[in-house]
Design a protein around this ligand. Structure first.
Ligand SMILES: [Zn+2]
Length: 148
């Protein structure tokens, strides 16, 4: 579904009044796609970002909307290892495919994927990488943080 950028994530309004949301913390992968000239109207964007969430939902954001509302800046701040400069470079060079992936680590309790939890980062151990299971709340320390 197409995503409209809001602070901290995306939302999608349905015609029946329901609204779906995804937060950056739920994003597991970011892809960049290019639409051929033959497969789009001339006023439509040639590029869009596709975000895959840990719950299996997929979201698309056209590059024009992304640029207007600072998507790459938000993703750089929220996704470990996501570099805005490289994303801009990918757009310029018309690269497509998987652009960023969250390093998936299985929860020791239920096997579910764990996500980065910077809110749990101990101030005295800033280099540790803290992960939390969104399913059961289990917290683990997984090596070192990536450079940002
Ligand atoms: Zn768990």
């Amino acid at each position: 579904m197409f995503g409209i950028i809001e602070p901290g994530g995306l939302y999608h309004p349905f015609t029946d009044g329901r609204v779906a949301h995804v937060t950056w913390a739920q994003v597991a992968q970011v892809d960049l796609f290019e639409v051929d000239r033959d497969d789009r109207f001339f006023w439509e964007d040639a590029h869009y970002w596709a975000l895959s969430a840990l719950d299996g939902t997929h979201w698309t954001v056209y590059s024009r909307h992304a640029r207007k509302h600072g998507l790459l800046k938000q993703l750089e701040a929220a996704l470990p290892g996501f570099v805005r400069g490289r994303a801009v470079q990918a757009l310029r060079t018309r690269a497509t495919g998987v652009f960023w992936q969250r390093a998936i680590i299985a929860c020791p309790q239920d096997g579910g994927p764990m996500i980065d939890a910077p809110e749990l980062q101990p101030a005295e151990l800033p280099w540790d990488r803290i992960l939390r299971c969104p399913g059961c709340g289990t917290v683990v320390t997984a090596g070192y943080q990536r450079w940002r």
